[in-house]
Design a protein around this ligand. Sequence first.
Ligand SMILES: Cc1ncc(COP(=O)(O)O)c(C=O)c1O
Length: 403
Amino acid sequence: MRPEEIRKDFPFFEKNKNITYLDSAATSQKPSIVIDSLKEYYETFNANAGRGSYGLSAKSKEILENTREKLKDFTKAGHDYELIFTKSATEALNLVSYSYGLNNLKKGDQVLISIADHHANLVNWQYICEKTGSELKYFYLDENLNLDLEDYRRKLNSKTKIVAFTGASNVLSFEVEIAKMVEMAKEYGAVTVVDATQLISHRQIDVDAYKCDFLAFSGHKALASQGVGCLIGKKDLLNKMDPFLLGGDMIEYVTEESVSYAEIPSKFEAGTLDIGAIYSLNKAVDYINHIGYESIEKIERNLFSYLLEEIEKLDFVKIYYDPSHSHTNLIFTIENIHPHDISQILDYYGICIRTGHHCAQPLHRYLGLNSSSRVSIAFYNTKEEINRLIWGLKKVKEVIYGA
Ligand SMILES: Cc1ncc(COP(=O)(O)O)c(C=O)c1O
């Protein structure tokens, strides 16, 4: 399928003919099947899942459990794993740091994370390390701006209790050898946490092959609506962990003095879940399966090469990427033009890109930058949109420096 044909499945593009959307790393656009699923859910199935003894409530519960099984299948998470619904990747990663980290780390232990991690997989570890007296260590990048596996190897040791890293950066265009990194961490018995938020809509996830302990992602980056995230975790660890949130639906018995908790996954799903969003994620999975990861990857590789080819022709634009590991996000700077000015001028022409630090301030500091501009593509983008961006960047230069 060509991107032009795929676009017809996304009403956003039909309704926003003047918009060039190049910010899918922030949130993806949604196909009709996802948008319609929200309407369908609220028009026909809406009830609180599992709270009532009537059929409609059971139907919501059925949607929840069907989606759980579908997602486990989709991410190749086998019998050793359970999937917990959260509201976002941020909440999923916080669940791990609070429920596992806070209770298991102690003074003298180390947590090893990559400098390229999003604040959602960084600030939480800073906090937990501070609370437990353990040490937060970073591994850095190689000269190609890829994760430096030699540095990673050097920093791993018997004190390393948790290793957390992104499966694909939201800033730099690299891909990560997840299985290899998990294997290296396992040599020291460290618990591994993979942030797959930027991976889920671009590459087949294979939890069984990664053998990681935890893997997190958000639905809204993968065509679903906002409001649902997932944590996939090893059952034996989840069983031993304390709950993260406490309240309705995560208990077995409650007396005035004490509580016993429900089994996983309920133990980690306190309160009313966003079943509408979960249903939309179910449909997003159907849509991704319909297009196929192979096609998605092929289209995106093509588009990304084209983007690089064209942007490299602009001698006033500096790009930051690893040529051997291109993915879907590209940051750039233009000397003496603030990224916010770049995005404001582009916005005037309907071109949406992200500017700032992209929730990765330590990474920007490491790169010697305060902020940058980011283009992120998805399989529904077209070469025409990239041409429009290139035209827009020339316009930025013209507006600031004159023709
Ligand atoms: C790599 C990565 N991890 C985590 C997150 C947090 O996702 P959310 O805001 O959906 O919780 C993002 C969002 O941009 C991200 O790019």
